[in-house]
Design a protein around this ligand. Structure first.
Ligand code: GTP
Ligand code: PEQ
Length: 212
């Protein structure tokens, strides 16, 4: 399966700016991206990094052999351009900030039937998609899960939904670090741990703190 992995290269993960400086956000975003690319490959997918700017050649050995498409238009336009253009084509879209994605969870997504299969994100977004029909188009940001269901319904397309904690967890805000530290198994978890983040329980609630 062809799998597009969108990646915002210029100022990644701006909502983490309160806890990570710009270099750290870039490094953490790359760690998540590497985990996603590995998981896609292990699930039998062929990843193409859809990035707003070309990676520097020495930037990331995890991208060795990965096709790169540079498109600096907004996310929706860039992804739309990568979707199936004719019958019989299938393209998946898996966001680069799914730090908990595993080969097993992606295999479930890839095997979910429907003209469109959607893995919703917590908070109303769309973390991953499989598109098997040329009439489907994306509309990201906001309540994009609802918007994507509506777009599919308007085009009389069938929709499968994947109920997956791992695919529902995109890392947008510092509170999401707890999920990565608790459930992550690879680079993104190690990056946070190396940067001094740890899970804390305060008044019965799980949070994170960074050691000095
Ligand atoms: N190619 C491409 N990818 C994007 C763009 N905007 C976001 N992405 C990627 O899409 C996924 C979801 O992005 P968001 O969480 O909405 O945005 P973000 O840039 O990662 O983070 P914030 O700056 O905190 O909003 C991530 O993998 C991003 O790297 C874009 O304009 N173009
Ligand atoms: C791309 C966007 O991500 P979010 O901003 O919800 O993390 C969405 O899922 O529509």
């Amino acid at each position: 399966m062809q799998v597009v992995v969108p990646y915002a290269a210029r100022d990644p993960k701006s909502r983490l700016a309160d806890v990570l400086d710009a270099d750290e956000r870039r490094a953490f975003a790359r760690a998540m991206r590497a985990d996603v690319v590995d998981a896609v490959r292990a699930a039998g997918g062929t990843p193409t990094l859809l990035t707003t700017a070309p990676p520097e050649s020495s930037e990331d050995p995890a991208l060795d052999g990965v096709a790169v498409a540079v498109d600096d238009r907004p996310l929706t336009d860039a992804v739309d351009d990568a979707l199936p253009e004719g019958p019989g084509e299938t393209v998946a879209v898996v966001m680069a900030d799914l730090a908990l994605a595993t080969p097993e969870s992606l295999t479930r997504l890839f095997e979910t039937t429907g003209d469109v299969a959607i893995a919703p994100g917590r908070g109303g977004g769309t973390n991953a998609l499989v598109v098997r029909h040329p009439d489907f188009r994306v509309d990201y940001h906001g309540a994009s899960y609802r918007d994507h269901r509506r777009i599919a319904a308007d085009a009389s397309l069938s929709v499968g939904v994947v109920d997956s904690m791992r695919l529902a967890t995109d890392v947008d805000e510092p509170v999401d670090f707890a999920e990565v530290l608790l459930h992550g198994e690879r680079r993104a978890r190690d990056w946070l741990a190396d940067a001094g983040f740890e899970v804390v329980v305060r008044e019965g609630r799980v949070g994170v703190r960074r050691s000095e």
